[in-house]
Write a protein that binds this ligand. Structure first.
Ligand code: ADP
Length: 730
């Protein structure tokens, strides 16, 4: 029968199960009421015709009310429908009881059906209200019955009374039956959906878990996928509810704990990515998303979370980031290489080229410091020649240099002609001791090699602990090679410029020389020529006295020519011939020169003041004696009217290059500052009345320069002159 009612109409679907059940029951009850009242009318017609009228009124009321209830259910107004149903039932029972003799009327039992129906289809409050109303109605009917307020009741045949009771039993049975079936249906659905959820949870490619809401977040449940994710048996997490903390990757521990604490305090959803260590010590990345589940009252119950394995994605991200950083680095390297090569090909001045290269490399790569060292002539020291930043400036101002030996990175790099890296990480950790570069954490030294010769090295320093790799060496070495070639070219260019200048000077000197030689040689020749004519006259006239005098004049002119030619020959030799340099005590050179000049010095009554201990020097012995001879003889020659002619020989402090400064001082006529440069030129004589050729100082200058030294004069007219010159120490 109920199956038939079920099929009669289809009931609209509600969003929740409970509403669906109520809808079904209300629907069934409404239809059931119509059918049962029809049966009731029919039964009354046969069994108690007196009741047909009453039964018909009930049946019509039920049918109208049922249609209204069905319409309300269809329009989703379930609560009104169910309330209407129980109200109609209550009204029917109440009116029935009043008109059928009070509590003894068989319909009075209908209150039980009303209470039962309201319990099944109404919510708690309405059901309570209906039950209470039924009880109160019962009492009022009882009261009315006792006081004879009720109308005369119809007479019920016993069969009719039984029929009414049976009717209520059937209704009760049907309601109960429908309810049980609904409950079973619900239970089945719940079991099915629980199984579905469970199977879904345990088959999705993610691990689900339930944690407690306290700060410690104890594991209460974890899905079996955890075994596949981490290799640990699921039991581990359940037996040790804080096991999940023990497998957190050390570096992520604090971050996760803080987020967990925040989550428990605020109840906000938890969402973060971190690493876990698996049983076989692999590191896996998981995405952890958890939500706080609350009950209907809003009390937090547990955290429901999901771990998704994102190791693959993370690896791909890391690889991509690495790739981008490598690409960026290479692009910068290429760009820098292009800039360095442009600088190398366009700047020929070493003083500009080296800082330009250092700055380019330092700025493009954002390094901490770049310095360029060049090996000095003796190959013993590497001198800092360009450096970046304030600290670079300071080191350059103090002429920072390093020994070419293994004790420093630069020294090692030059010594071995190889690049070297020092990183402040792991076992290779190096202590960077330069106080001027306190932030250095990695250093790379690159040799500057050109045509097989190591001419210096470049140091590149970074504040990062492991800033350099082998690949960086290759890229930066290319730049270092370019810089080395550019340095070589710049040096060649400078040499060439200097050579040109020297040649120009020599040309000018040669011109002066040709002019003076022709002029100076011409005058004795003219003298000889004219005196040869006088000789003839003297011979013809037999004047032997005059003959002798003229012969003497000719001999003098020849001597002068001889001296001039000797000096010239000497000068021409200087540039070409030089004996191999040797270690000589300078005192010996002074002594020999003074010895050779003994005659003129004594003749002029010159007092010699000579320093006691002279240092050793390196040079050509004979040439240096010549230098001293010239300077001492000039000092003695240009004494003028000095009553106490004195010549002093000694040493001064060394110059910046470490060469010794010697001097020869006199208290003679001195030289006007205007001529201090000029006197070192060929044939420059200030006083033609004094004997000389003007070659002496030019010769001295050339010898000193061949020894790598310098010569200059400090003099005041009437006070005296001091000639200074430098020579390399022995
Ligand atoms: P010379 O001595 O043969 O004239 P030098 O080249 O030696 O040629 O010197 C060039 C000129 O420099 C001299 O003619 C002289 O005028 C000046 N001179 C050199 N030495 C001294 C000196 N000690 N005091 C003053 N004048 C000097």
């Amino acid at each position: 029968m109920s199956k038939f009612i079920d099929r009669l109409f289809t009931i609209p679907e509600y969003s929740d199960n409970e509403s669906n059940v109520v809808a079904r029951m209300t629907y069934s009850a409404a239809i059931g009421m119509v059918l049962l009242s029809a049966i009731f009318v029919t039964a009354a017609a046969f069994m108690a015709p007196a009741l047909v009228k009453r039964a018909t009124i009930f049946a019509v009321t039920f049918t109208v009310a049922s249609l209204g209830i069905i319409a309300l259910i269809r329009t989703q107004r379930l609560q009104i429908a169910s309330t209407l149903l129980v109200s109609v039932m209550w009204l029917t029972v109440t009116l029935g009881s009043i008109t059928a003799g009070g509590i003894s009327a068989p319909i009075f039992a209908g209150y039980l059906v009303v209470i039962l129906a309201s319990g099944l289809i109404s919510n708690n409050k309405i059901s309570m209200f209906i039950s209470l109303t039924c009880i109160i109605s019962g009492f009022r009917i009882l009261f009315a019955e006792r006081n004879g307020l009720l109308p005369q009741p119809p007479q019920y045949a016993s069969a009719m009374r039984l029929g009414i009771y049976i009717f209520f039993f059937i209704v009760t049975f049907l309601l109960q039956n429908v309810n049980t079936r609904n409950m079973q249906g619900l239970l089945k659905r719940a079991i099915k959906s629980q199984a579905q959820y469970k199977s879904l949870l345990e088959n999705i490619p993610a691990t689900t878990y339930i944690n407690s809401t306290d700060e410690n977040a104890h594991t209460e449940y974890v899905s079996p996928q955890v075994e596949r994710l981490l290799g640990y048996p699921r039991d581990m997490f359940l037996k040790d509810s804080l096991f999940w903390k023990k497998i957190l990757y050390t570096e992520d521990y604090e971050r996760v704990m803080n987020a967990n604490l925040d989550g428990t305090k605020t109840g906000e959803p938890f969402n973060m990515e971190y690493r876990l260590v698996t049983k076989d010590q692999r590191v896996v990345w998981v995405k952890d998303e958890a939500n706080l589940v609350k009950d209907e009252q809003g009390t937090p119950q547990y955290w429901l979370g999901v771990w998704t394995d994102i190791t693959g994605r993370k690896q791909a991200e890391e690889e991509q980031a690495d790739l981008i950083s490598v690409m960026t680095k290479r692009t910068i390297q290429l760009q820098t290489a292009a800039d360095v090569s442009r600088a190398a090909s366009s700047i020929l001045d070493l003083n500009k080229l080296l800082p330009a290269v250092a700055d380019l490399i330092c700025n493009h790569f954002d390094y901490y410091y770049v310095g360029i060292f060049l090996v000095e002539e003796s190959k013993e020291w590497a001198v800092l020649s360009a450096a970046t930043g304030k600290m670079g400036e300071q080191m350059l101002s103090t002429h920072h240099r390093l020994k070419v030996e293994d004790s420093s990175m630069i020294g090692w790099c030059i010594q071995h002609g190889q690049a070297r890296i020092a990183l402040d990480v792991g076992e290779d950790a190096v202590r960077f001791k330069n106080p001027q570069l306190p932030l250095t954490r990695s250093e790379m030294a690159l040799p500057l090699i050109t045509r097989g010769e190591v001419i210096g090295a470049m140091t590149i320093q970074s504040q990062l602990p492991s800033a350099f790799s082998r690949v960086d060496i290759t890229a930066l070495q290319t730049m270092a090679d370019q810089a080395a070639n550019a340095i070589k070219n710049a040096r060649l260019f400078t040499e060439r410029v200097n050579l040109n200048k020297e040649l120009e000077e020599q040309n000018a000197e040669l011109e002066r020389f040709t002019y003076t030689v022709s002029h100076d040689l011409k005058s004795p020749l003219v003298t000889i020529r004219s005196f040869l004519g006088y000789l003839r006259q003297d011979a013809e006239s037999g004047d032997m006295l005059r003959f002798d005098k003229d012969m003497h004049r000719i001999a003098n002119a020849v001597d002068k020519m001889q001296t001039l030619l000797n000096d010239l020959l000497e000068l021409s030799r200087i540039g070409r011939i030089i004996d191999p340099p040797e270690n000589i005590a300078f005192g010996r050179i002074v002594a020999e020169a003074v010895e050779l000049l003994n005659g003129p010095l004594e003749k002029n009554n010159v007092r010699m003041v000579i320093q006691e201990n002279f240092p050793d020097i390196v040079g050509d012995h004979a040439r240096l004696v010549e230098v001293m001879q010239n300077l001492i003889s000039n000092a003695a020659k240009f004494m003028g009217t000095q009553p106490r002619p004195t010549v002093e020989i000694g040493t001064d402090e060394s110059d910046a290059d470490g060469k010794i400064i010697f001097f020869v001082r006199d208290n003679g006529i001195g030289i006007d500052p205007h001529y201090h440069e000029q006197i070192f030129g060929l044939f420059n004589r200030l006083d033609p009345s004094v004997d000389g050729t003007g070659i002496g100082l030019a010769l001295v200058k050339r010898i000193i320069e061949i020894h790598g030294g310098k010569i200059w004069v400090n003099s005041k007219p009437e006070v005296g002159s001091t000639f200074y010159f430098t020579l390399p120490p022995g």
